[in-house]
Design a protein around this ligand. Structure first.
Ligand SMILES: [Ca+2]
Length: 85
C-alpha cells in the first residue's frame, strides 16, 4: 500500500530544507531536499532539474515551483521519507 504524500508533507520537507528561511531554495538547499526525498540524482541532473524547475528564472525555487517539479518527476512513486532525519 502506497500512501501519497500530502501537500503538507511536501511543505514540511521544503521548509526544513529552507535553511535561509526566505521561502526559496537555492541550489544547495535544493540538493539537500532531493537527498531528503531519497532522490539520487547526479550533480549535473540536479543542476538540470533546478534550472527547469525555476520557471521564473530568479535563481531560486519557490514552493509552487518545487511542487510542480516533483509532480512532473513522479515524486509519489518511491514514497516520501518524511520520518528520516
Ligand atoms: Ca524561481
Amino acid at each position: 500500500m502506497t500512501t501519497k504524500p500530502t501537500e503538507g508533507d511536501l511543505l514540511a520537507v521544503f521548509t526544513r530544507a529552507d535553511l535561509g528561511g526566505d521561502e526559496q531554495l537555492d541550489l544547495m538547499e535544493f540538493t539537500l531536499v532531493l537527498d531528503s526525498l531519497g532522490m539520487s540524482w547526479s550533480k549535473a541532473e540536479v543542476q538540470d532539474r533546478f534550472e527547469k524547475a525555476d520557471t521564473n528564472r530568479d535563481g531560486l525555487i519557490s514552493f509552487p515551483e518545487f511542487r510542480a517539479l516533483l509532480e512532473t518527476q513522479g515524486w509519489a512513486e518511491g514514497g516520501l521519507q518524511t520520518a528520516r532525519g
